[in-house]
Write a new protein. Structure first.
Length: 366
């Protein structure tokens, strides 16, 4: 992503769900419920309003570092968190709320918000980004409702949600991969090419939903460490790095073209053509994983999962530099008995298996 090469990212149909309701005025509280991090709070509305009144609203743009410090102080001095995950969640919550209050003139009233997720926390599958996108979407929707009817997000809403969630994640994490926010906000698949910190190309691919098995290797890889490893290869062995990156770029281009062939085969062609398109996609997925394996950018346990999948006639690849998951492509014509057989062997070897799909919808109002 950081070396001017093309990458593709798919939305994953493991949903993060936010439930929101306004509370009666006389309750005078904001009830925050984030079960994934074991957080349940009832915060007096008055102290939240006073916090916003006592901090310069322009800080969200011009003095972001001071704003982050103010939010950290606010949630700490009021005893809102015990664990890092709770602090992280509350920082995003108040930064996003503050941002929408400032940009949309949102009037803060008593409310209850409950955010739950099917995604594993810290698994490298975008749980923090989906959390931020859901909160941004909630507050944008609330602001729209305060001005009139609002039943679904339009293109401008989605762009605002994506931008706001990206900025707030950057403030909390020091850096955010904007492609994650595009995938969570717009759904489908994202074609992305990064040139520098403020210039990138992005397009949304209208690809058919694709079934996969998501395999939990039960090991954890640090995304930053993997990026550091790639940076060291590029610095100390620039020719090797160029070969690796060029191979990844070519494979990404091939996968890009084949995904459209798969989509077309679902709509316009007989099963024979559909099978051929999926077979080509499997080939490129295996090539991509092999490049990572040969470059020591994978992990033996992830490689083992991919090897098991290949022995059953499937193709697998790690989901990204962080976490410890592999996706296994399930062609549309795959029979359940084949999926059960592969799943049984993976489970027997201690891996977790979830059946889901890629290229799903993005953030939406239900």
């Amino acid at each position: 992503m950081l070396y001017e090469k093309r990458i593709l990212m798919a939305s994953l149909d493991l949903r993060t769900t936010l439930k929101f309701c306004e509370l009666p005025y006389e309750q005078g509280i904001i009830k925050i419920q984030f079960p994934a991090v074991n957080l349940l709070l009832s915060v007096p509305l008055e102290i939240v309003q006073n916090f916003f009144l006592s901090n310069d609203a322009r800080g969200i743009i011009s003095q972001s570092n001071q704003l982050v410090r103010a939010v950290k102080y606010f949630i700490t001095v009021n005893g809102m968190w015990c664990k890092y995950e709770q602090r992280f969640s509350l920082q995003l919550f108040f930064l996003l709320l503050y941002s929408i209050v400032y940009n949309e003139k949102l009037q803060i009233r008593s409310f209850h918000v409950d955010v739950s997720t099917d995604l594993p926390i810290g698994g490298g599958l975008g749980s923090s980004t989906s959390f931020a996108v859901c909160l941004a979407a909630c507050f944008v929707h609330w602001a729209r409702l305060q001005k009139g009817d609002h039943a679904e997000f339009d293109w401008n809403d989605l762009n605002q949600i994506c931008n706001c969630s990206t900025i707030c994640e950057e403030l909390v994490q020091d850096f955010a991969y904007v492609i994650d926010n595009y995938a969570c906000t717009f759904g489908r698949m994202i074609d992305f090419q990064y040139f520098n910190f403020d210039y990138f190309k992005v397009s949304i691919m209208d690809i058919t939903r694709i079934r996969i098995l998501l395999i939990n290797s039960k090991i954890w890889q640090n995304k930053r460490e993997r990026l550091q490893q790639m940076a060291e290869i590029k610095y100390f062995c620039p020719e090797d790095a160029k070969i690796i990156l060029d191979e990844i770029n070519v494979t990404s281009q091939n996968i890009y073209e084949t995904l459209y062939e798969v989509t077309d085969s679902h709509e316009n062609h007989p099963v024979r053509i559909q099978k051929a398109s999926y077979a080509q996609l499997q080939k490129y997925i295996q090539e991509s994983q092999l490049t990572l394996q040969n470059s020591y950018l994978s992990h033996p346990r992830l490689d083992n999962i991919c090897s098991i999948a290949k022995s059953h006639g499937f193709a697998g690849k790690l989901t990204g530099f962080g976490g410890g998951f592999v996706y296994v492509l399930l062609p549309a014509t795959t029979e359940d008995v084949q999926i059960w057989s592969l799943s049984a062997e993976l489970v027997a070897q201690g891996f977790g298996v979830t059946r889901t799909s890629l290229s799903c919808s993005g953030v939406r109002i239900d």
